[in-house]
Design a protein around this ligand. Sequence first.
Ligand code: MTE
Length: 313
Amino acid sequence: MLIKRPDEFKVSEITPEAVFLNRREFMAAGGVAAAGLAVGRLDGWTVGHEPSNRLSAQPSQQDDPQTPFQAVTTYNNFYEFGTDKSEPAKNAGTLKPRPWTVKVEGMAAKPGDYNIEDILKWFPAKEYVYRHRCVEAWSMVIPWYGFPLRDFINRFEPSPKAKFVEFTTLMDPKQMPGQRDLVLDWPYVEGLRMDEAMNPLTLFAVGIYQKPLLNQNGAPIRLVIPWKYGFKGIKSIVKVRFVETQPLNTWQLAAPSEYSFYANVNPAVDHPRWSQARERRVGEFLKRPTLPFNGFGEQVAAMYKGMDPRTLY
Ligand code: MTE
């Protein structure tokens, strides 16, 4: 099984002090070249000055320090660019996030091919500060820029028969050389139940730290579901499909005894090979307790009432 055990990461690789590089410094540091992000691609970027929309589960946690930009952009899981945490930042320069089309398919009144520039115009992004809890028991606090997935969904008028939404990452081994290795069944696929997709916490993210997503974080558009383990947050999405039956997601396909469809954060249910009770915030030494639903229980627990809890994690 591929997802590494928590004790296999070198958390010390991550700069511990708060390093926030603004865009100019970041470009000067060569980050733009490494990420394959041309300056011209920032044109049309409209999100920087939207009012902040800080959502966090508990007031005491709203002030959690945000994970430094450098850590968020150099410690990644994006197997299309390698299985080591440092590889996506080094290798994702081959991904071309423009031009980019998101195909909307399946049970909806307005299927079609939609240009990312139009998507950015239709859905102005705002800042959402969420904790990001990986199934590998590390976490970050990330100021995402994005918009509620439900706004996107409503525009395409899904049929009431559509009970799930399936998302697919780009399939192109030239741009994503890791797809030449059969470590996963490509392309990466994820799914949400319709009510999960329509929950106001669920985002389509297009940026972090007031900048467009770097390639390694899933440019130009990715999913963020803050009460679920990070692997549900599929990156570099090219297809959204409205379907009647529950889709199989990539990690469930790869290791059904270890990963499920729902993947809701639950400290009480261990991963078969490690505990989920605690998590290491990237850049910190001591572990902290993991919260049920990553702290968003009040907003989301009702969706799972009456379900067998064993199927949910
Ligand atoms: N999406 C694709 N297409 N490929 C991946 O390998 N990894 C997932 C998720 N989305 C992954 C993906 C996992 S395991 C995690 S924890 C998050 O992305 C990591 O997001 P980050 O690198 O922005 O922190």
